[in-house]
Design a protein around this ligand. Structure first.
Ligand SMILES: [Fe+2]
Ligand SMILES: [Fe+2]
Length: 308
């Protein structure tokens, strides 16, 4: 799963445009209902079936649109630094070229995410809302300022590494779910294939980055990493709130539903499941061997206090 055969294997090089056909999808949902927690909330569950369908379609839109924003506004910012030799890390030309391959992939993932939302909007008649995801991008920037104020570019790169090592786990929740419309599953499967290669690339990049850091910066990074990982798991709940208002809930009720469904901690088990690969990467690079680092990871609920 390396980038060596990118010209033959990447979705942008040999993939097909996925086309949504509603007539073949009777009885399927647009997004796995187990991943749309508010559908079973008491203020939502008794809405007419048509409102539920629209909510699931808009949940898919927020998944697709947040993907497009994440890829172009966050991941590609880091890929550009690496590709143009501005990351502060000494890398061979092959690694810089690979970063441009990632850059192309992420642009294409954004294109087909918005394309699929647009196609589904045209067939179902559920308009694609104009969500801007500013809150999501601001939250990530806040985490950069808070965790590594002396190394902002390094923090940006680390957030990208974390996203690129955990996204495959998020994507893999969908393609195997046969309750979901085929075109959605195929699109997410296409994406997951590319991300498997990115995962491999960014794990290697992180090992190299860690190797090149001086000792004091390693300590700073080791202590910042848990908060940076948690920052990548924060939800921008505004699209969900907006979707609930579009389904007919008043502002106060929509806000309460969002608080009930997303206000609490998602639970360490789920967080650890999504972050497993990122945590493994930190462990294999030696981050957890820095004195005091394991305690920081445990304090953020990423490992047990015993160091696991
Ligand atoms: Fe991607
Ligand atoms: Fe990626």
């Amino acid at each position: 799963m390396t980038m060596d055969r990118w010209y033959e294997q990447a979705g942008i090089r040999n993939g097909v445009r996925r086309i949504f056909h509603e007539e073949s999808e009777a009885g399927k949902v647009f997004f796995p209902h187990r991943l749309v927690p508010y559908l079973s909330h008491e203020a939502v569950r008794d809405l007419p079936a048509e409102r539920h369908r629209e909510l699931a379609v808009r949940h898919l839109y927020q998944f697709l649109l947040s993907t497009a924003h994440l890829e172009t506004r966050v991941v590609n910012r880091g890929a550009e630094l690496i590709a143009n030799g501005r990351s502060g890390i000494e890398l061979p030309m092959s690694s810089r070229l690979d970063a441009f391959k990632v850059y192309c992939d992420e642009g294409y993932h954004s294109l087909y995410s918005l394309d699929l939302a647009d196609q589904i909007g045209a067939v179902t008649g559920v308009p694609v809302p104009r969500w801007n995801y500013g809150g999501f991008v601001d939250q990530l920037a806040d985490a950069v300022d808070r965790t590594l104020p002396d190394h902002p570019e390094l923090a940006v790169l680390l957030q990208v590494v974390v996203f690129e090592t955990l996204i495959t786990a998020v994507l893999n929740e969908i393609p195997h779910d046969d309750t979901v419309v085929t075109t959605v599953r195929e699109t997410v499967r296409d994406h997951a294939k590319d991300e498997g290669r990115h995962h491999h690339y960014f794990t290697g990049f992180f090992h190299e980055l860690w190797h090149q850091l001086d000792a004091p910066t390693r300590v700073d990074v080791a202590f910042a990493m848990p908060a940076l990982i948690r920052s990548c798991l924060l939800w921008d709940v505004e699209p969900v709130r907006s979707s609930l208002v579009l389904a007919g809930l008043d502002d106060t009720t929509a806000t309460a539903v969002v608080r009930d469904c997303y206000g609490g901690d998602p639970g360490n088990e789920r967080i650890r499941a999504i972050c497993r690969a990122s945590l493994r990467m930190c462990e294999s690079a030696g981050v957890l061997a820095v004195p005091g680092a394991a305690e920081q990871f445990a304090a953020h609920g990423l490992i047990d206090g015993s160091g696991r």
